[in-house]
Ligand binder design. Structure first.
Ligand SMILES: [Zn+2]
Length: 217
């Protein structure tokens, strides 16, 4: 099946590699020429790829699924793969959060939870569809993110790549003001369960119940 993904996905992998491999302090910075040879994230190849996918993301061009999986595999082979995938997930969340119109972001931040939640849910669903080829649905007091064709599920042993979507989901909910609960990987294609699903508690946005009641009164 011919599939494409949003250019933000490969971009998030590469940005995470660059960020994790960047020197932490001045002492490290002095060693950069030597580090360059050792650290993928500081290489000219990664830099050139970041430019390419940044341009593609700006133009809303999509990338081949297979190419994206190939980049994810480079991350999956690293001993720090899980940390890199988590960083990539946070990057993707931050970028896709910016795709929410500022008026909607303002409403989500300022309206009482009861009114803010449906707006936040619609935006979360839009983002999951557009950027992850996935979907988000409510299930009682939980939100379920489903990704039928994960770009990271087979790139590392023991499902380490799945941390990418988990980290994305947690961070997006945090940015929407609905964070705090755990995010559980309740279904996994790597375990032969068909698709990957993550379940997050759908908490109040910004206000506790008392504030909600006051807002409704
Ligand atoms: Zn999975």
């Amino acid at each position: 099946m011919h599939t494409t993904v949003d250019a933000l996905l490969p971009l998030s992998f590469l940005e995470a590699v660059r960020s994790v491999d960047s020197p932490d302090d001045d002492l490290d910075a002095e060693l950069v020429p030597e580090l360059r040879n050792k650290r993928l994230g500081l290489s000219d190849t990664v830099y050139a790829q970041i430019q390419r996918f940044t341009d593609a993301a700006k133009k809303h061009q999509r990338t081949e699924y297979e190419e994206t999986v190939g980049i994810a595999k480079l991350l999956g082979r690293r001993p720090d793969a899980e940390a890199v995938f988590r960083a990539a997930g946070r990057y993707l969340a931050a970028q896709t959060y910016q795709s929410i119109p500022s008026a909607s972001r303002g409403l989500i931040a300022s309206l009482p939870s009861l009114l803010a939640r449906p707006i936040a849910l619609r935006q979360t669903q839009r983002i999951a569809g557009k950027y992850l080829n996935g979907s988000v649905r409510r299930h009682g007091s939980f939100l379920i993110l489903e990704v039928p064709r994960s770009a990271t599920v087979d790139v590392s042993p023991r499902g380490v790549g799945c941390a990418y979507y988990e980290s994305f989901f947690r961070e997006l909910l945090r940015l929407l003001g609905a964070s705090g609960g755990s995010v559980d990987h309740v279904r996994c294609a790597a375990r032969g369960e068909g698709t990957c699903e993550w379940r997050a508690e759908w908490r109040s946005i910004h206000r506790d119940e008392t504030a909600d009641n006051a807002g409704a009164a």
